[in-house]
Design a protein around this ligand. Structure first.
Ligand SMILES: C[S@@+](CC[C@H](N)C(=O)[O-])C[C@H]1O[C@@H](n2cnc3c(N)ncnc32)[C@H](O)[C@@H]1O
Length: 205
């Protein structure tokens, strides 16, 4: 595994993690795509774009990083995209691409400042992973999603096995808040042999 990815997965707290992304931002895309074979941005956007038909859909890219997800959405004529991330340096690279309507510095483990029922879709690639954002944040994402809105995300294998994602998803489905559209295992950091759960859920109408 490339050393910076290892460091992000083993950060002891969010301050340490933020510091790693601060120093990594300019090399992030080369390292994850060329060295690790990261495809999280490709598999999530493929899945969402197969299901989201309205090009004016208001989309939140949660943990947008340098904007890999936003670029694909924009190229596919989905241009009503907002991004949030807790790293100023990652956001600054995303900002240079001129594809997001807004970019905001947010910690996704906290309550978000968006109103209930704000987004048609939330996409979160590569951010539900060890030491980053955990399954509790799904509940907050669901709050700001419109009824009928899509929640599309990856969860890295080790994180999926370590944290109660399935319990939280089951609880939300059992209370008729969410329904499963697609949920399967997918390649993630292909060159490192790492897989993820690739998920598309829909807020129940
Ligand atoms: C592996 S990168 C994925 C970035 C982008 N979605 C992609 O597919 O390339 C994880 C991102 O999550 C952000 N992040 C980590 N913890 C976070 C938190 N608690 N709140 C918001 N963003 C966070 C990092 O700054 C980083 O940009």
């Amino acid at each position: 595994m490339i050393s910076t990815i290892y460091d992000t997965l083993n950060a002891t707290d969010l301050d340490e993690l933020e510091d790693i992304y601060k120093n990594w931002a300019s090399e992030y895309e080369y390292d994850v795509i060329q060295l690790a074979g990261y495809v999280g941005h490709i598999i999530t956007t493929d899945l969402l774009l197969k299901n989201l038909k309205n090009n004016n859909a208001r989309i939140l890219d949660a943990g947008c990083g340098t904007g890999l997800v936003g670029e694909i959405l924009f190229e596919n004529n989905f241009k009503n995209i907002e991004g949030v991330d807790f790293s100023e340096e990652m956001l600054s690279i995303a900002d240079q691409k001129n594809i997001y309507k807004s970019l905001n510095l947010f910690d996704l483990t906290k309550k978000l400042t968006y109103s209930d029922n704000s987004f048609d879709a939330i996409i979160c690639a590569g951010t539900f992973t060890c030491g980053h954002v955990g399954p509790e944040s799904l509940v907050e994402m669901l709050r700001i999603l419109k009824e009928g809105g899509f929640l599309c995300f990856t969860v890295r294998k080790q994180e999926w096995e370590a944290a109660p994602y399935m319990q939280i998803l089951d609880k939300l489905m059992n209370s008729n808040s969410l329904k499963k559209i697609v949920h399967n295992t997918s390649g993630y950091n292909i060159k490192e042999g790492i897989s993820c759960q690739l998920c598309l859920y829909q807020k129940t109408i």
